[in-house]
Design a protein around this ligand. Structure first.
Ligand code: PMV
Length: 301
């Protein structure tokens, strides 16, 4: 028997990095999904159809097996529409979909808490001190606030689409998280100020998201970007992508995820989005995504 499950990618609207250090972050799932197909195999333990074992999916499936006290050889196939290593939560979506498919294959059940736990374990293959935000949004979907201490709280937001620009530069989240940790140790007072301001930005951001004030949201994104830049997680590619968005008419833009390359998000009037995408696409990959989609789900059987 074969089971397929899928989970969404995500954008962090406000608060990445600070969330690792206890501040809240605003996050939304996006309508790009990773699908994982799991089947039993004769032997060989848990492995990907590509032969690789060093992958969040493998680690997550092994965790599910351990939790169930089951021994099985599994073959895992991954089909993902989420670009990798650019801040859109591809590894968490892979880990969540694989956890769900494995659990369903072995028990016929679906348990979001267990899926979250296993996904978090899978994320550790690519992360350094993951806050858990990516795996939470991949598991539960929607949009909301995440904190390390209280986890994910789903909220309704009035923004249903956002512009993504991919700088094309891949990077490792763990390296950037470590960079911020070193910054916080080198400059504890400045870091504390930034952390406090990031918390305020998230609160204000939520107000603007609820009232759908795009202009204020854009300004706040640019402010959030300044804080991230001070900590050294922006990059020339990100700054170029942001400048492109602003000159094309966006209200504001910022990096999303770990930075150091990866993707930029921007807000603009919905009726101008297509024109913006056309202009930006002359230089970089740009597309719109729908926000607040369903979390992990079984696709088949
Ligand atoms: O892996 P990314 O690029 O989506 O970044 C995740 C967000 C961080 O705040 C940088 C790390 C974390 O675990 O919260």
């Amino acid at each position: 028997m074969t089971v397929a499950a899928s989970a969404p990618g995500k954008v962090i609207l406000f608060g990445e990095h600070f969330v690792v250090h206890g501040a809240p972050a605003l996050v939304a799932s996006i309508d790009l999904r990773a699908t994982t197909i799991v089947e039993r195999s004769e032997s060989g333990g848990v492995r990907l159809s590509t032969g690789s074992r060093d992958n969040p999916a493998v680690r997550a499936a092994e965790y599910v097996l351990r939790k169930l006290g089951a021994a099985a050889s599994l073959l895992i196939g991954i089909e993902s529409k989420i670009p990798q290593s650019v801040g859109l939560g591809s590894s968490a979506a892979v880990a969540a979909s694989c956890s769900a498919a494995t659990l369903h294959l072995l028990t016929g059940g679906f348990d979001r808490d267990m899926i979250l736990e296993a996904s978090h374990e899978g994320e550790k293959t690519v992360h350094y001190m993951p806050s858990g935000i990516d795996t939470s949004i991949a598991t539960f979907g929607g949009a909301g606030i995440y904190t390390r201490s209280s986890g994910y709280k789903m909220l309704s937001i009035a923004l249903d689409e956002i512009l993504i620009v991919n700088t094309g530069r891949q990077r490792r989240t763990g390296d950037l998280v470590l960079k911020v940790k070193k910054f916080s140790e080198r400059k504890p007072e400045l870091f504390k100020q930034l952390l406090d301001e990031a918390g305020q930005i998230v609160e204000e951001g939520l107000d603007h998201l609820r009232s759908r004030d795009l202009e204020k949201l854009g300004r706040l994104m640019s402010r959030n970007q300044e804080l991230l830049k001070i900590m050294g997680v922006s990059s020339p590619e990100i700054e170029e992508a942001i400048a492109l968005c602003l000159s094309a008419g966006a209200y504001g833009a910022k990096l999303t995820g770990a930075g150091g390359g990866g993707c930029v998000i921007a807000v603009a009037d919905p009726d101008k989005l297509d024109k913006l995408i056309l202009r930006i696409s002359e230089r970089l990959e740009a597309f719109r995504v729908r926000l607040g989609v369903e979390g992990v789900r079984i696709e088949r059987p």
